[in-house]
Design a protein around this ligand. Structure first.
Ligand code: KG4
Ligand code: ZN
Length: 346
């Protein structure tokens, strides 16, 4: 049974994990604080931070797992999608280790791995299941028939759900990443205080850019309207007062709409496919509104809902290692020509 070293470097977390016989022995994540002062991830700074972090992160992952270099049977790495410079650091490191240890290389699709995060620990969903993957870069509904057989059946046509949270936070003057702060303020607010319309998008796809624009107008008009009207545009002092006096209600109302957009499409997917095993993945699955609502909807609709540990929801190498484990069992190896790519269909 294989021991797999996995490396994840697609965005702003440098992570390494060891998985033995399908069980995670270590999962080390170094987050990059440097981006906070820029209000978003700066790709070049991410690549440099990965270069600084990768050796110590891999070293600690091996030590925490209580294993040695010679115990490693294969090296898995995130091949795509992600920031190209960031992916290249992890990819080159993985290839070098594969060459040095003379062990096979396994190329992993990051979005597939987010879904597989649900298979890391018990309770695990039964196949087939649906996974709502919601992160800063992606919003997808995935139908998963087996660990390596999955299909995207719905996705965003513009912004991701995490972007909708982060951009709203930016409009409200909150620091990056704003998703967790919106969640925090929303807990003290009235989710029905303000109404933002639900976009009418066909099928199982999502859209968040219209919501973002209406929030922008809503704040520019100091809550008087969420469409543009020249005579309603507020002064910067009015806007500031409006935000200061109503922050909790604004956050709760926006969060309520983002969650309902996500869950209405998920319910449609469950109905159309007849599947009642429902999972979530990605950083936005930390959102308390989403968690509470999916559990409530699950009770109403007789779903079995699975939510991985938060450590496995955000970017992490444990999900890459577990995907690598299934690929190892399937004999699906890559060679040294496997090149990272920023985008990849699957
Ligand atoms: O999966 P992730 O860690 O990174 C990628 O984007 O791949 O997701 C990060 C996203 C950010 O947009 C962040 O604001 C959002 O997840 N997020 C949240 C919460 N925690 C993280 N959004 C809403 N509520 C939260 N509690
Ligand atoms: Zn991710």
């Amino acid at each position: 049974m294989p021991t797999i070293l996995a490396i994840e470097s697609s965005c702003d977390e440098t992570s390494a994990a060891i998985c033995k016989d399908g069980k995670i022995l270590s999962n080390v994540i170094a987050s990059q604080k440097i981006h906070e002062e820029y209000g978003g991830v700066v790709p070049e700074l991410a690549s440099r931070a990965h270069m600084q972090n990768i050796v110590p992160v891999v070293d600690v992952a091996i030590k925490n797992a209580g294993c040695k270099l010679e115990d490693i049977d294969a090296i898995a790495f995130t091949q795509a999608p992600g920031l190209i410079g960031a992916l290249l650091v992890g990819g080159q490191f993985a290839k070098s280790m594969s060459l040095a240890l003379d062990k096979p290389l396994i190329a992993v699709h990051h979005m597939q791995a987010h879904v597989i995060a649900n298979l890391i620990e018990d309770p695990r969903p039964k196949f087939p299941f649906l996974c709502l993957t919601v992160s800063g870069g992606h919003t997808q509904i995935v139908l998963c028939e087996s660990p390596l057989k999955m299909k995207v059946i719905g996705q965003t046509i513009d912004d991701a759900a995490g972007e909708a949270f982060d951009k709203t936070a930016k409009i409200l003057g909150l620091p990056y990443p704003g998703g967790p702060l919106i969640d925090k303020h929303a807990r003290d607010g009235n989710a029905n205080a303000y109404t933002f319309t639900e976009p009418q998008i066909k099928g199982l796809d999502f859209s968040f850019s219209g919501l973002k624009t209406s929030i922008l107008y809503f704040i520019n008009n100091a809550g008087r309207s969420n469409v543009f009207k020249e005579e309603l545009v507020a002064t910067s002092e009015e806007r500031k007062n409006f935000i200061d006096n109503n922050l909790a209600d604004i956050c709760a109302s926006v969060q309520n709409r983002i969650v309902s957009i996500l869950l209405n499409k998920l319910a449609k997917a469950a109905k159309e496919t007849g599947i009642n095993q429902i999972c979530i993945a990605g950083g936005v699955s930390a959102n308390s509104g989403l968690r509470n609502s999916i559990l409530k909807m699950g009770e109403q609709k007789n779903w079995e809902v699975y939510i991985p540990k938060f450590e496995y929801c955000t970017d992490n190498a444990a999900m890459i290692a577990t995907t690598g484990y299934y690929k190892y069992l399937a004999g699906d190896f890559a060679d040294l020509s496997a090149t990272p790519t920023a985008r990849a269909e699957w």
